[in-house]
Ligand binder design. Structure first.
Ligand code: PBG
Length: 325
């Protein structure tokens, strides 16, 4: 097909024509909205580096989740900031920890909402690393036991899905075993299978107060230049029992999402992380870009690359736009 017989512009002439041949669909049903839960009551504390996002106490999280679900967003993802941090992160698996309390309340009060919990230790450890530290590094195998305990405590509180984000080797298997042995074989695992050591997590570490007190996360999170390694990580998690594999961050890693889409049949999730959110917000607040169009375009790009599910702080904004038509 060659010009002038073929003219691509013919199918772009009206919105109805464009909609008819549109290849990628973006609806709120693909989105997950993250929430940061803090102890206390009546707390709704703005997060400086993430305008429009808040640290919420359980009562406020309930209000927020009702709005989110009412907008057609099926799921929220919970992060917790504990009362006290210690080197072992022991509040992470406390029966009445923040995430456990929030999960139980949300499942009780917001009928039909999916509650996904982030399984990690960095918000709970005094050193801010994602596991047990010894001799200056995170000890892999000792950490697995804690991660399994955390996931199990979330399932007991009523979580619909657990999402390990720590990047320890073997953690999906450890969590799957713990869930299966305790009658939670029906609870899926969304593993942060391909999680890079990214500077785009900066604003999140303020939000979750989880900046490492020494060193960085490069000995467990992936090296950004690596693509083949993403296939190995995803294969491992799949074989260990992951139900959904996640790529994180999203916008600088669209090639990775695309690659996994071609290699695997499992659902793929992508996390549009805090830094990606803050950049768009900051430019929009300066009047440099049209926020709502950029948000739609960025989320559509992530879907087009091959993501089934997108975890994004823009979920509410996009769902409102979608609803308004
Ligand atoms: C915890 C975790 C992080 C994010 C999700 N889970 C931070 C990190 O690894 O430092 C980042 C999310 C975001 O930036 O929005 N391990």
């Amino acid at each position: 097909m060659m010009y002038p017989e073929y003219r691509p512009r013919r199918l772009r002439r009206t919105e109805a024509l464009r909609a008819m041949v549109r290849e990628t669909e973006l609806t709120p049903s693909h989105l997950v909205y993250p929430l940061f839960i803090v102890p206390g009551k009546d707390v709704k504390r703005p997060i400086d580096a993430m305008p429009g996002c808040f640290q919420l106490s359980v009562d406020k999280a309930l209000e927020e989740a009702k709005e989110v679900f009412g907008l057609g967003i099926p799921a929220i993802m919970l992060f917790g900031l504990p009362e006290h941090k210690d080197p072992k992160g022991s509040e992470a698996w406390a029966q009445h920890g923040v995430v456990q309390k929030a999960t139980a309340a949300l499942k009780r009060d917001v009928h039909g909402l999916l509650v996904i919990t982030d399984v990690c230790m960095c918000e709970y450890t005094s050193h801010g690393h994602c596991g047990i530290v010894s001799r200056g590094d995170v000890e892999n195998d000792a950490t697995l036991e804690s991660l399994a305990k955390i996931a199990l405590s979330h399932a007991r509180a009523g979580a619909d899905m657990v999402a390990p984000s720590d990047m320890m080797d073997g953690r999906v298997e450890a969590i799957r075993e713990a869930l299966d042995e305790n009658d939670f074989s029906h609870i899926p695992i969304m593993s942060y299978a391909v999680k890079y050591a990214s500077a785009f997590y900066g604003p999140f570490r303020d939000a979750a107060e989880s900046t490492p007190q020494f060193g960085d996360r490069k000995s467990y999170q992936m090296d950004p230049p690596n693509q083949r390694e993403a296939l190995r990580e995803a294969t491992l998690d799949l074989e260990e029992g992951a139900d959904i594999i996640m790529v994180k961050p999203a916008m600088s890693y669209l090639d990775i999402i695309h690659l996994l889409r071609q290699e695997f049949t499992l659902p793929i999730a992508a996390y549009q992380v805090s830094g990606e959110y803050s950049m768009i917000k900051a430019a929009a607040m300066n009047g440099w870009i049209d926020e709502s169009r950029v948000v739609e375009e960025s989320l559509t790009g992530i879907r087009r690359a091959g993501a089934d599910v997108i975890i994004t702080y823009f979920a509410k904004d996009y769902a409102k736009k979608y609803k308004a038509g």
